[in-house]
Design a protein around this ligand. Structure first.
Ligand code: RIB
Length: 304
């Protein structure tokens, strides 16, 4: 099986669960408080490892309790930690997450902490190991210039690159050409194209525009409507996986999708099969609370 290098952020998620997400200026009484592992990069690495992917995670954490939480988890899951820098001058990041227990929706504020201080030099030192993999997966929570740098290195070395543009932030025109798989949700796609994307026609047109920017394959995730795939040869919609359980918490569903996408690609499956698998993994992750804690194992997926 091919190895997946995941570059991104680990943070401790402080989740506040209640029957609503507070409005501006409002105070509400919640029902539950959970502290658990989060950060999009880390969630994606964990999702891939739980699906038996071979994973190398590249990040920076602090020398503190939250950093230890990450390392213990990676050890349990067999994630390669050789490219994780522990920095005693910075704390591991945190995220505040408000979850609506009735709908599973959330609102997130993330402080990347130590991972926000990653530099080109940190990448250079670990470049051999990062590019020894066949697949490279990243997001936009790490400093953009560093993400752009490592994406370019991965592409030049011939890795298949996946960019999950979350949270959406400006991408340099030249960087679009480095992306083999681009996986925005509808809101992120709207950000890049600066227009509303609602109908099937909007989604198709948006994908065409992304392909014109030089991206090889585009996957727009559509939540409960599934996803849309397009490249120069084919395009199709795929329905979401139908759950038999209620949606509890959608935090990390996009990460579950991206981790599963990387694993599917690492097994050289056909793209429809890969995306059907990723849809199922993402859907099942919403039936449990938490981000990394909700990632299903391969056994969970097979038996669901
Ligand atoms: O995608 C969900 C993640 O976004 C959370 O775990 C939070 O830490 C933020 O990074």
């Amino acid at each position: 099986m091919k190895t997946i290098s995941v570059f991104g952020v680990f943070v401790a998620d402080l989740c506040f669960i209640s029957n609503a997400i507070p409005e501006k200026g409002q105070t509400i009484l919640g029902s539950q408080h959970i502290i658990g592992p989060g950060g999009k990069g880390s969630n994606q690495a964990i999702a891939a490892a739980k699906l038996n992917g071979s994973v190398n995670f590249i990040s920076k954490i602090g020398k503190d309790k939250n950093g230890e939480m990450a390392l213990t988890l990676y050890k349990e899951l067999g994630i390669n930690t050789a490219c994780i820098i522990q920095d005693e001058n910075h704390s591991t990041g945190v995220a505040g997450i408000m979850v609506n227990e009735k709908t599973g929706e959330n609102a997130i504020n993330i402080i990347p902490g130590a991972a926000g201080t990653l530099t080109h030099n940190d990448i250079e030192k670990n470049l051999n190991l990062i590019t020894k993999a066949e697949i490279f997966l990243t997001q936009l929570e790490t400093p953009y210039e560093v993400t752009s740098y490592v994406l370019k290195k991965a592409k030049v070395k011939g890795l298949a690159t996946i960019l999950n543009p979350a949270p959406a932030c400006k991408i340099k025109n030249d960087d679009f050409k480095l992306i083999d798989f681009f996986t925005p949700n509808e809101t992120e796609a709207e950000f890049y194209l600066n227009k509303k994307i609602e109908t099937e026609k909007d989604i198709k047109n948006a994908s065409e525009e992304f392909l014109k920017k030089g991206i090889k394959n585009i996957v727009i995730t559509l939540g409960e409507r599934g996803c849309y795939f397009a490249n120069k040869k084919e395009n199709f919609f795929l329905e979401a996986f139908k759950l038999k359980d209620p949606v509890l918490d959608t935090t990390g569903a996009g990460d579950a999708f991206n981790g599963a996408l990387a694993v599917g690609l690492s097994k050289d499956l056909q793209i429809k099969e890969v995306l059907t698998f990723a849809n199922k993994v993402a859907a099942i992750s919403t039936t449990k609370q938490g981000a990394a804690a909700s990632m299903p194992s391969l056994e969970d997926i097979k038996s669901y």
